[in-house]
Design a protein around this ligand. Sequence first.
Ligand code: ADP
Length: 596
Amino acid sequence: MYLAKITFLLREKALSFDKLKIFHRKTSVANSAVYCIEYFQLPASKMEVMADDYDTQDILKPLVFRLHENAPAIVREVLLERGWTEFDQKEQDDTDWNLYWRNSPFRMTDHHSIKPWQRLNHYPEAVRITRKDYLARHLKRMKGAYGSALYEFSPVAFIMPNDYVKFIAEYSKERQSVGRRPGYWICKPVDLSRGRGILIFQDIKDLVYDCTVIVQKYISNPLLISGYKLDLRLYVCVTSFCPLTIYTYEEGLVRFATEKFDLGSLDNVYAHLTNTSINKYGASYKKYKEGIGCGCKWTFSKFRSYLRIFGVDDLLLWQKINNIVILTLLAVTPLPVASNCFELFGFDILIDDKFKPWLLEVNYNPALCLDCSIDDTVKRRLLHDIVELLNYKEIDTLRQNEMAGSKAVRRRVPWRTAGPSTPEEAPGLLTCQKVATSNSASQPALKAARGSIHKVASLTKKTVRAHPRKTLTSQLREKMNRPKTSSQAKNEDKNKLPAVHSPCSSAQLNHWLPTPDFRNCKISTHPYFLSDKDQRPIRRVGDFVLIFPFNEAALQASRDGTDVKSIIKEINKLVSKQLLSKQQNTKKGVGYLTSV
Ligand code: ADP
């Protein structure tokens, strides 16, 4: 809506940015001009296009989103905020959209008929890790194949009723071991969520179930803050399973139980389960809880500050969490090859009192409802960053193959020959220094525009015509083209992954090329999650940090199908390095993971 209005102002009202300013003051849009640039997904030269060529309908087409029923309201809100318009099935052609968001999987035909300008929010068969029994089975297989040392992050689990005999054997063994207190177990229906149907027990006589469940070892020594149990909801975005490309989100939600943890009351869900969907109905939810506050959520940022106040260096913790994410996703590869889709997963991580992170489950469609202001802050920004990650180009607004081929031309980036490369590790979640220049590595002009747009007083259509070279965008472009300072250049270098793509042997290329429909298109394109500059996954987009591939070898091993064995070898090396660095720091007296 705002975009339509801005476009109108630009076209009909003589392209006055003063008018835009008045408009955004009236409409309380933070910066209308930035919205224009953001909407067009830059470059700044587009502002010039708008100024010089503002009659061009095509350029001014907005991006279009399509929502399936029950898609979260915040998705619509964020996309409208960004100037997108909603798909109208009656008015628009069936392919006339850029993003299709739904809560359930797409049909394979949707994947096969995908167009270069489109993205789908689900990957085929992503449910392979989001159903509790599937996940347990995959992780068990990986444990068998690659050793329990690496895969001991998920609590021992049995799928019932199939594994009943195995469970009884384990249960009895534990009971019979002398001097060991009998442990606790948690029973969860495999395809329910939000804490529904969960039962915690110590004695097998209390175990009852009437559907397929997993019975999992209950982590009975969780990290507590002021006596309250907590877990982490970590957002993970996979932009491709082949080649595997994983981003974790630096911000996230810490979810608290709202009553104090007590092993003496196993049936108190408010003390043992951290689901907001349960705790928001608890008597203590709205009350101020000492050490926690009201409600049941913190942001990761607050959690990190908390740990640091207590002298805990959380670096190794986040590294371990990254490893869990990679190892879990590796367990479900290969998934069917599909282009232009992405999957947002919610990883639930529980930390125990020794600071060991445990994977509880992986969520499909992590909740995007807004229960409190913390949700709003985290999830709104998350969605904005997802859209950034989807890397739309100006040409995607056209939504036409022919137009794309002849007019607005998406530059083909040639496949590069492997050059001399220095393997460089991708930054770990929350551990990397924020790169000064890189809120969105793919969008320098947006950043430049953000910085400079306020300085541009006003620009009328007349001025544009009379002085075509002195447009708003030429000023922006000038600014962008100014030689970089050495620190800027350094930061950009830091962001680069070394070049690895070899010239296209067709077998190699197949994994990077889109589905057949793409090949028939007039335009040539490359996977959206690779940067135009070097055809590498972009290392940071907003608060999304690339965690896989994490080095050159991992990139190579995931390029032609996923060579899990080689990747595991690399992860083993990485883990050894992380441990070594922990030991060195412990010797130096840096307090790593001590209890709070
Ligand atoms: P759901 O899909 O129903 O949310 P989860 O596996 O996420 O199921 O479990 C719900 C909650 O139960 C978790 O958020 C956590 O607080 C608690 N929980 C689940 N599994 C365990 C476990 N193995 N040990 C300790 N707590 C657990």
